[in-house]
Design a binder for this molecule. Structure first.
Ligand SMILES: [Zn+2]
Length: 263
């Protein structure tokens, strides 16, 4: 197939076909702001109760770009993406503001990233003609260690809060056999996913961070009509370019089929 980087040109995506999917990737930035010391947790506010982490995710930006390219190819619609550029040592884009940074000089990285996501979600909804139609948001991450249960992809919805509106419409949306449940499709496509069946708990450490909480149903942005899902990929699914493309192709296939049921 054509190189994913050129898919926008190669697949004749029409500008008037509306985007209803956004991908975000907060933890693979490499930028070191000049003169700013790395975070060590000491400068965080007492109001911060989220876990502290400075290690970046690896290879997730490229994976995000590939997923977007394959979604464009399959759906013939454009996709929004937002990829964080700052290294997690200096700012954690997937944290609330009080937990994200300790040096005010990096505040603009945080604001720019989140303002841009918000603008894009608002843009998607201003273009949607069908009343009550959803948009979908996938927040892309990478696991550092293999999951003990053998799961290669952890799906997080803040224990259903980030997809409340979707579940009101279809309580079985992730697992539905007849309506292209996302998790059902992922497993069928050879990706061992956790949770794997309805009622299974989400992984406590990866059930969803600030980004899906803020932009998903529970965040009430666009009346809660944006449905956010966090995807945490095993290293083997993204460790080299061949695997990244293979993974991205499968994910795009599942995402397009799943989202098409609701957009
Ligand atoms: Zn991450």
């Amino acid at each position: 197939m054509a190189k994913p980087n050129n898919i926008r040109e190669n697949f004749n995506i029409k500008k008037d076909i509306k985007k209803q999917i956004i991908l975000t990737c907060p933890h693979n930035g490499r930028e070191n702001p000049f003169g700013v010391p790395p975070r060590d947790g000491s400068g965080l506010s007492e109001d911060c109760h989220e876990p502290f982490e400075t290690k970046a995710d690896r290879f997730t930006s490229k994976l995000t770009e590939y997923i977007a390219s394959y979604i464009r190819e399959l759906s013939k619609k454009d996709v929004y993406i937002e990829i964080g550029t700052i290294h997690r040592r200096y700012c954690d884009l997937n944290r609330s503001k009080v937990c994200a940074f300790e040096d005010l000089r990096v505040k603009h990285f945080y604001d720019k990233y989140h303002n841009s996501i918000l603008t894009k979600i608002n843009e998607m909804h201003s273009n949607i003609k069908k009343k009550g139609s959803f948009s979908f948001h996938f927040d892309i991450h990478g696991m550092r260690r293999p999951n003990k249960a053998g799961c290669e992809l952890l799906v997080g919805t803040d224990n259903t809060h980030s997809i409340t509106k979707l579940l009101e419409r279809n309580p079985n949306a992730l697992f539905d056999k007849n309506k292209n449940g996302l998790i059902k499709l992922l497993i069928e496509n050879g990706i061992p996913t956790c949770p794997s069946k309805k009622g299974d708990p989400e992984d406590r450490n990866f059930d969803g961070g600030e980004t899906i909480k803020r932009y998903g149903s529970s965040g009430r942005i666009v009346n809660g009509l944006n449905q956010s899902i966090q995807l945490e990929f095993a290293f083997k699914l993204r460790n080299n370019d061949e695997n990244r493309k293979k993974t991205a192709k499968k994910i795009a296939h599942c995402v397009v089929k799943f989202c098409d049921e609701y957009i």
